[in-house]
Design a protein. Structure first.
Length: 260
């Protein structure tokens, strides 16, 4: 199978990481895969990883804002590559549809709440496209619910973002070193959340969960010398660690903190 993925850029981000992992896995599985980035190279490790696995990447030199030059440039890549499936991400569908109409099957993954993914005119275009054969995919239940709310139709599939778990197996002694550096006792249960401190990441619910009586009562009472269950968040964004937990959160569990 020949699969062409299209995304605005390959800077470091969640959707970009998904594109890279999917492309590299498909290539290792024997499929022909290529990736289109509307913008020029960013020099990210995501781009380096794609190249190291032999995945062709086409950079189209997009300018900021609406750039109609993308339509013929995408059309040329599609004509040369001849994909069986064209997989789009984020806001690129408005360029891809006129460039590849009728040439292949199109799948569009929504990586954000539908109301936040694209501007109003693109939402209208996508509503029409989803009813005309473009296959919509949601990365989770909340995204699926937002698609139903906005577009009045459910996604065809719900596919959570996959990760290669073996890549994150800690080397010997790493857990102990991190605990020591953060002053966390060896026997304390700890959850770590990694991601941007943005409202859409819903850190408020995470904090409230750790402060809930239900969670506190679901764990045995700590023995002498042990600590209660704790939560650490690592990331940056509008909700800075200095202001974390968010002011909109009605609770502030003492075992919850943020690090950079």
């Amino acid at each position: 199978m020949r699969v062409l993925q299209v995304i605005p850029n390959l800077a470091v981000g969640g959707a970009e990481r998904v594109v890279s992992l999917l492309a590299r896995h498909l290539r290792r599985s024997g499929h022909d895969v290529a990736v289109v980035s509307l913008y020029d190279p960013s020099g990210s490790w995501i781009e380096t990883g794609l190249r190291s696995d032999g995945v062709p990447v086409h950079f189209l030199g997009k300018h900021p804002g609406l750039d109609l030059r993308m339509i013929p440039r995408i059309a040329r890549v599609v004509a040369r590559f001849r994909p069986d499936v064209l997989h789009t991400h984020l806001y690129v569908l408005k360029y891809v549809l006129p460039a590849a109409a009728g040439r292949c099957r199109v799948v569009h993954t929504v990586h954000n709440l539908a109301e936040l993914e694209v501007e109003r005119l693109s939402r209208i275009l996508q509503a029409i496209a989803f009813r005309a054969g473009v296959v919509p995919v949601a990365i989770g239940d909340a995204v699926a619910e937002s698609m139903h709310r906005l577009y009045r139709l459910p996604p065809r599939h719900r596919i959570p973002n996959g990760i290669p778990v073996s890549d994150y197996a800690p080397p010997p002694g790493a857990r102990e070193e991190v605990r020591a550096s953060l002053g966390i006792p060896a026997g304390a249960p700890v959850f770590v959340a990694v991601g941007r401190l943005e409202p859409q990441k819903n850190s408020k619910s995470l904090i409230e969960a750790f402060a809930s009586e239900r969670l506190r009562h679901s764990n045995r009472r700590p023995a002498r010398g042990e600590s209660e269950i704790g939560c650490i968040s690592s990331g940056s964004g509008p909700t800075s660690p200095a202001c974390w937990p968010p002011p909109t959160c009605s609770c502030s569990p003492p075992a919850t903190r943020a690090i950079r």
